[in-house]
Design a protein around this ligand. Structure first.
Ligand SMILES: [Fe+2]
Length: 194
């Protein structure tokens, strides 16, 4: 079935039970709500679909809460086990990596896996998936600037061999979205601190 906001909320509430705090829900809601604003700003036909994807993008963390290092792979399978279409389940894979490159993520290069390599490389990102990538890099529990979020990630995850590459690709992604918007990204979010 195609993912809807209603179904995403249901799945997120179920996944949240695996955790002692509501951090997963707060982060996923922030990403989804930010994504809906950007999708609407660009003029995509279904901003609510962007919201739904954001709500489940990190859902794989519930599969093994103690070692969320595989949450991309776990989420891809988890959503399909719950009856969600493969295309929608791809959000769990794409959200971790910019442009389908498994080496382009915050916090260092993960272990190779066929889903992260061959499968992801063969998957062409749609605009909703690009937006979720950007929103994950704009949100912890609230919408913030990309620059602040990058500092948050750097201070918590450290500097790794791919850090410069990831930073540069993040800024390119922000520029790509701004070119589509035709204005500064932060014009959509008057309440965030620049
Ligand atoms: Fe996330």
């Amino acid at each position: 079935m195609r993912l809807t906001v209603e179904k995403a909320c249901e799945l997120l509430a179920e996944a949240q039970k695996a955790f002692p705090t509501d951090a997963l829900t707060r982060h996923c809601k922030a990403v989804g709500d930010t994504a809906a604003v950007i999708a609407k700003g660009i003029g995509l036909e279904d901003p609510e679909y962007a919201r739904a994807l954001g709500y489940v993008h990190d859902i794989g963390k519930c599969v093994d809460p103690t070692t969320p290092i595989k949450h991309d792979i776990d989420g891809f399978y988890y959503l399909q086990e719950k009856g969600i279409d493969e295309q929608d389940a791809f959000i769990c894979l794409t959200q971790s990596f910019i442009n389908g490159d498994y080496t382009c993520q915050a916090g260092g290069i993960p272990e190779k896996h066929p889903l992260r390599c061959e499968v992801l490389q063969a998957h062409e990102y749609n605009m909703y998936e690009h937006i979720i990538n950007l929103c994950d890099l704009m949100c912890l529990f609230n919408t913030m600037t990309v620059e602040k979020r990058l500092i948050d990630l750097l201070t918590r995850k450290g500097i790794h061999e791919n850090t410069h590459y990831h930073l540069m690709e993040t800024l390119k992604l922000k520029k790509k979205i701004e070119d589509l918007l035709g204005h500064d990204l932060y014009d959509l979010f008057p309440d965030i601190e620049i």
